[in-house]
Design a protein around this ligand. Structure first.
Ligand code: SAM
Length: 280
């Protein structure tokens, strides 16, 4: 009886923290978020050690080194951003974008359907074209390719055992999952992060690839002016242990250490990890 009471108390605590995380996200402002993280100095294509070019290079390398390709790629927690699927869109017949918030899904739809967006993605497309050995002038073709392969922009909740509505994905799962800065930014502790990782793994085929990008040592980030969103601070060993516990073979882990001038006051991140893992 006493044990049952403890379990109920734990469930209630979890519900409270998940609910407070959800409440935090109601104030998320895609325009501010994009400005904080996806303009210089964090997105400076003249500098190799700027965060965004580093992330784009990791994604490009991951897809090409193992020649990862297939039918379906799912991006979990896309936010208002497109960079994370600019390499993958060439290698999959169908790309599914997803986010918890309608404002973010609207931002993505607006670019997909009308070419309108709160930031100009052209320099991003050009950079990825160059990584692929194409001329930067091929950027418009890449943008067209991305528009043509994105089949859906869906609601997602990584705290649910079934994060996406099942009718959009074959029961065996996607060939590849990408997720960037989502799991640690929506989890109040390591246990919740691990559970979320377990939930999204259900979306991936056995033998499929997970490309996971995330923050290291971060306790908060700004989702709008005055909106401090709590983040579970992770270290490298926790990322490796979490992937192993969720049934992945870790193939590659790259770490980016934040240079002092990338600390622009919108978070307290110390580094970024890029993990390539295979579901066993
Ligand atoms: N992927 C983007 C990037 O690389 O910048 C956005 C990352 S942003 C830090 C975290 C994202 O998680 C937000 O877009 C937010 O709406 C989304 N999110 C919030 N709660 C979520 C949940 N329960 N399940 C999935 N995504 C969630």
């Amino acid at each position: 009886m006493e044990k049952e009471g403890e379990i109920q108390k734990m469930k209630l605590e979890k519900l409270k923290t998940v609910t407070s995380m959800e409440a935090c996200y109601q104030g998320f402002d895609p325009v501010a978020y994009l400005r904080y993280n996806y303009t210089p100095p964090r997105a400076d294509f003249e500098r190799r050690n700027s965060i965004v070019p580093w992330k784009l290079s990791c994604l490009h390398r991951a897809f090409t080194e193992d020649d990862i390709r297939g039918d379906v790629l799912v991006d979990v927690g896309s936010g208002p951003t497109l960079y994370q699927v600019m390499s993958g869109c060439e290698r999959f017949d169908r790309v599914i974008l997803s986010d918890f918030l309608e404002v973010n899904r609207r931002e993505l739809q607006s670019w997909l359907q009308e070419g309108k967006s709160s930031i100009d993605w052209t320099a991003y497309f050009k950079y990825v074209c160059e990584l692929e050995g194409r001329s930067s002038s091929a950027w418009a073709e890449k943008a067209t390719r991305l528009r043509s392969v994105v089949s859906d922009v869906l609601p997602v909740d990584v705290h649910q055992s079934c994060p996406l509505s099942p009718e959009f994905l074959h029961p065996s799962g996607a060939d590849c999952l990408v997720s960037s800065f989502c799991l640690e930014s929506v989890s109040h502790d390591l246990l919740s992060f691990n559970q979320a990782l377990g939930h999204i793994s259900c979306l991936l085929k056995k033998g499929g690839y997970l490309l996971l990008i995330g923050a290291l040592g971060e306790s908060f980030y700004m989702g709008a002016p005055e909106l401090y969103i709590p983040v579970v601070p992770l270290d490298e060993s926790q990322v490796c242990a979490s992937l192993k516990a969720s049934g992945y073979e870790l193939l590659q882990l790259c770490i980016y250490h934040l240079p002092p001038d990338m600390k622009v006051g919108v978070d307290d991140i110390t580094g970024v990890f890029f993990a390539k893992a295979k579901k066993t």
